[in-house]
Design a protein around this ligand. Structure first.
Ligand code: C2O
Ligand code: CU
Length: 490
């Protein structure tokens, strides 16, 4: 049985219909036990934000802020979002990682008509899984996300793990000019063919972070969301030994990350438990170490002079599982997917240096349009999935795979390129079962899996959510350059 039936009555609709028909006067408590509907309005419009301490930047915003409002609701509740598009462009909203019915997935032309300028649209779905998710446009996302349209969506467990504070850090990455304006070179060929639009200004929750106040002995659940177009983060918490409890919103066996570094490709989320074990009055710098030679201090953890408690608490760390069907590898279909394209081979080292050099002045908000940035290359599509490059403008495309509904499927993927790619599937979470032929330790559930250059990754899942689903790279310039496809579940 699919978990994704046609929309059911909401409590309000139920009340209305119950009032209209006395015959339908069932006690609410048995009809819809404990289900609430969370109603939110999101208005997408142009505005100004203070990303950097010295001055404002013209951006595109949800409810006049970046990130947009943090939407929180409890697992099992329904979310209804009324979207008003006051932008000078069409848009949609995609609920990244949430297993929604296809018509609510927010993909222009594939699952809905784009929301025109001055128009509105209502999204509504049940929060089937608890976890850390986010929302963003799927219309020209390489431009609209880069302009500031994104926000966190937190679905709370009915019984969450115990912590002292639950904190969301939404990581953003902006390419600003000397004067602090957004660089308008969205989707340029160089970014498309290399590592995407890596910016020069990293923000947490829409501000270049200064200090983050903590107290010795407190336990924090830190929800990291990477909303950057292209930047990959590898965060070093300066000896704090964070424990990973969820990846892409889905619970995982609590574990210390490899080499102590918390790595997130674009669109990925990591939930951490961090015990603040520094001494009262001290300070520690969280450092991003992903790009060798370009490490930078992201934010300082600044300890209050008075401790919160003497020793870290010994509360349990594991989250309750979400209701995802378990794939059966013995009966699963096997499907091959190969990613090709981009600048290749020898050129890469040189080009990498060049394009990275442009971001080297990260925290120096001047100096960004370095020489190589605008280098023009041949036109035409840059990236291919099974030999086909998609056309960004029309998300409606022929499926490359048709997956039998309610059956298990393995997708064996090969990154035949010299670049990293965070590959995202809509409508489902999948288990990452192997990397380069080696079984993964945690068989983690993800909705976005980060590939290293030349890496092979196998994923497995039950295709229980019918419809046409996007499958694409979340380096948004790669997506724009053809790196997307459709899987049909039928
Ligand atoms: Cu976060 Cu297809 O998207
Ligand atoms: Cu990519």
């Amino acid at each position: 049985m699919s978990r994704f039936p046609a929309p059911t009555l909401t409590r309000r609709a139920f009340l209305a219909s119950a009032a209209a028909t006395t015959a339908a006067m069932l006690p609410l408590s048995t009809a819809l036990p404990g289900i609430a509907t969370r109603e939110i309005s999101l208005r997408a419009a142009q505005g100004r934000v203070r990303l950097v301490p010295h001055g404002e930047t013209a951006a595109w915003l949800y409810n006049d802020s970046v990130p947009g409002p943090e939407i929180r609701l409890r697992q099992g509740d329904r979310l209804r979002v009324a979207v008003d598009n006051a932008l000078p462009a069409e848009t949609t909203i995609h609920w990244h990682g949430v297993r929604v019915p296809n018509a609510m997935d927010g993909v222009p032309h594939l699952t809905q008509k784009p929301i025109g300028s001055g128009e509105s649209f209502v999204y509504e779905f049940e929060a089937v899984d608890a976890g850390t998710f986010w929302y963003h446009p799927h219309q020209r996302s390489f431009e609209q996300v880069a302009r500031g349209l994104y926000g966190p969506l937190i679905i709370e467990e009915r019984e969450p793990v115990r912590v002292d504070r639950d904190v969301t850090w939404m990581l953003g990455d902006w390419r600003l000019t000397k004067s602090g304006a957004l660089s308008e070179d969205f989707g340029n060929r160089h970014d498309i063919q290399h590592n995407g639009r890596v910016g020069n200004t990293v923000t947490i929750n829409g501000r270049v972070p200064g200090d983050f106040a903590v107290r010795r002995g407190e336990r924090i659940r830190l929800r990291l969301i990477n909303a950057a177009n292209a930047r990959i983060f590898s965060l070093d918490f300066a000896g704090h030994e964070p424990i990973v409890i969820a990846l892409d919103g889905q619970p995982v066996t609590p574990h210390a990350p490899d080499r102590g570094l918390v790595t997130l490709g674009p669109a990925m989320r990591v939930d951490l438990i961090i015990d603040m074990k520094g001494s009262a009055g001290s300070r520690a710098t969280v450092t991003d170490r992903f790009y060798r030679g370009l490490e930078f201090g992201l934010v300082d953890l600044v300890y209050d002079a008075t401790p919160f408690r003497d020793r870290a608490p010994d509360w349990p760390l594991a989250l309750p599982a979400n209701p995802i069907p378990e794939p059966d590898l013995r009966t699963a279909s096997r499907n091959e997917v190969v990613f090709n394209g981009g600048m290749m081979g020898e050129m890469v080292a040189q080009e990498m240096g060049e394009s990275m050099g442009a971001t080297g002045g990260m925290m120096d908000h001047g100096n960004m349009m370095a020489g190589g940035m605008m280098q023009m290359a041949s036109a035409g599509p840059a990236w291919f999935i099974n030999g086909v490059a998609a056309d960004e403008a029309s998300h409606a495309m022929k499926p490359i795979l048709t997956l039998a509904k309610d059956r298990s499927h393995v997708i064996a993927m090969t990154n035949a390129t010299a670049w990293h790619h965070p590959i995202h599937l809509h409508g489902h979470s999948f288990r990452v079962i192997s990397r380069n032929g080696q079984p993964t330790r945690h068989r983690e559930w993800q909705d976005t899996v980060l590939f290293s250059p030349r890496e092979k990754v196998e994923i497995a899942f039950v295709a229980d959510n019918p419809g046409d689903w996007m499958f694409h790279c979340h380096v948004l310039e790669h997506q724009a350059g053809g790196m997307m496809a459709v899987f049909r579940v039928a």
